[in-house]
Design a protein around this ligand. Structure first.
Ligand code: NAD
Length: 506
């Protein structure tokens, strides 16, 4: 069978297999209380995939009741090892469904299948990693206070964790949150992004059919941010909100959660610089720069969307970059050969296109790769570079979240540090130089949560993940997750006859 036919067959099978999506509450798949649904659209064709139950306040109420019951009941009472056995079971089940989950994710989001296969495989690692972290690293401290006290700390689950996730790498980002939340003993209400509901639903099916988690431990309420999301944030019984999404949404959520004094973790937008000095390994820097902005269709929070290349090497580097861009394989997300697929939704497509038009008006020269003509029905933006950009432009200051790279040059180290820091975001940064002292110096001077020297974004689950400035609050990953998903308690034990004031004693 030719490649085109193979892909066609995969899409047809998906079309036949994917059913309407319901809410998953208290171990049951149910319609929304309002009976309302919304259409889910395929980015490659802009055709309707299915209908999705549109949850709102009453559905969040139901989920919170179920989650509370489980927390107070069976789940909360489980010995740690039995709880972690469930976490390992979830990982094993995901492994059995990698192929199917990856196809659903590409179908739903437009992310290339070569990428979603890797991301889904990593999702099961998230569960195993946190099961291991909890059994080996979640412990307290003891404080001996002379011969009078022994004080010790323990970590307890917080309660109901509300998890709100975006559409750009849905399954991976959801499992980054679900795994530590459950492994530390909380119960979960997940509110997936409305544009990418399929893999969250599949996870609920897998858990329901194969893992046999106690009812109410894991709940999924689909719906719009303004209804389902906002109700989750405002709910009195939900103790914490872990949010990944846009900076403006994060700020709105913090306002809405203030009355119920929510605990927040915020993973927000980015506009990360890649700084390439004239002594860098230019071949590797080119690989990393191209990957860093065009992988995930450019819909990547840590994308290196601002290139600062030293002026002595700029001409050669840009020439090589243009060559790469012309060769990037833009295609059907279900095709194994595709490197860049369509953007998630027509609204987002229009937004990204608007930024490219604006850049042109602001004086940028636009250079773009190619989109095959037969894909004109999809939300395709070709890989794009914006030359002659500068920091005063909106395309340099604002998050475009598409396959669009702004290109700028620099002469001096101090100058480039200043330019790199001259945005409101501070998620990531990339520094390319063979001078190791300069590499450290510049990285430490960039105001961002995560820096890579001579590398693209390579993630180790043990290290802290998160941004500074308007890119986030708090860190995910490693034992840093315990700070967020657990409550620390200190127990003070008198071990001697310490003095107690004797009010009222004659
Ligand atoms: P978004 O903020 O529009 O939506 C994210 C989620 O929030 C969705 O589930 C949405 O329904 C929900 N939501 C929207 N309004 C809400 C409200 N008022 N109350 C509660 N929930 C609400 O973001 P998006 O467009 O889905 O995702 C793209 C953004 O996510 C980009 O800015 C990107 O940089 C960011 N992101 C950040 C990271 C990180 O780790 N820092 C990772 C991935 C994506």
């Amino acid at each position: 069978m030719s490649n085109v036919n193979v892909v066609h067959k995969v899409r047809q099978e998906l079309q036949e297999k994917v059913k309407d999506v319901k809410l998953y509450i208290d171990g049951k798949f149910i319609v929304a209380e309002s009976n309302e649904q919304f259409d889910n659209i395929e980015p490659f064709t802009n055709a309707r995939i299915n209908s999705v139950a549109s949850g709102a306040r009453t559905d969040i109420d139901k989920a919170a009741k179920a989650a509370r019951k489980a927390f107070k009941g069976e789940w909360g009472g489980l010995p740690q090892q039995q709880r972690l056995d469930y976490i390992y079971k979830i990982a094993d089940s995901i492994d059995r469904h990698v192929e199917e989950l990856a196809h659903l994710e590409s179908y739903d989001t437009g992310l290339p299948i070569f990428l979603t296969k890797k991301m889904v495989s990593r999702a099961s690692k998230n569960f195993r990693f946190y099961a291991e972290m909890v059994s080996s690293q979640m412990y307290g401290d003891a404080y001996q206070v002379d011969d009078e006290f022994l004080n010790y700390t323990i970590r307890k689950p917080v309660g109901i964790a509300g998890l709100i996730t975006p559409w750009n790498a849905p399954f991976m980002l959801e499992t980054w949150k679900i795994a530590p939340a459950l492994a530390t003993g909380n119960t979960v209400i997940l509110k997936p992004a409305e544009w990418s509901p399929l893999t969250a639903n599949k996870l609920a099916e897998i858990i329901d059919e194969e893992v046999d988690l106690p009812d109410g431990v894991f709940n999924v309420v689909h719906g719009y941010g303004e209804t389902a999301g906002a109700s989750l944030v405002a709910h009195e019984d939900v103790e914490l909100i872990s949010f990944t999404g846009e900076t403006t949404t994060g700020s709105e959520i913090m306002k809405n959660g203030a009355d119920s004094l929510k605990r927040f973790s915020m993973e927000l937008g980015g506009k990360s610089p890649i700084i390439i000095f004239d002594d860098a390994d230019l071949d590797r820097a080119l690989d990393a720069c191209t990957w860093g902005i065009f992988s995930f269709n450019g819909e990547r929070c840590t994308a290196n969307s601002r290139l600062y290349v030293h002026e002595d090497i700029a001409e050669d580097f840009v020439k090589a970059l243009k060559e790469r861009i012309s060769n990037i394989k833009v295609g059907d997300p279900l095709d194994e050969k595709t490197e860049v697929g369509p953007l998630i939704h027509t609204n987002h497509y229009k937004n990204v296109k608007g930024y490219i038009e604006l850049a042109e008006q602001e004086g940028c020269e636009v250079f773009q790769g190619n989109v095959p003509e037969e894909h004109s029905q999809g939300n395709y933006i070709p890989p794009t570079i914006l030359l002659n950009a500068d920091n005063s432009m909106r395309v340099v200051q604002e998050e475009v979240f598409g396959p669009v790279l702004t290109v700028m040059t620099f002469k001096e180290e101090e100058e480039v540090i200043e330019k790199a820091n001259d945005v409101r975001y501070g998620l990531a940064g990339y520094v390319w130089t063979k001078d190791i002292q300069r590499g450290h110096r510049v990285s430490q001077a960039v105001d961002a949560g995560m820096l890579w020297i001579n590398s693209q974004n390579v993630r180790d689950l043990r290290t802290p993940f998160g941004g500074s400035k308007h890119s986030g609050i708090g860190r995910e990953g490693g034992y840093y997750a315990f700070e967020f998903y657990t409550e620390m308690q200190v127990i003070h034990v008198a071990i001697g006859e310490h003095r107690i004031p004797q009010f009222g004693k004659n």
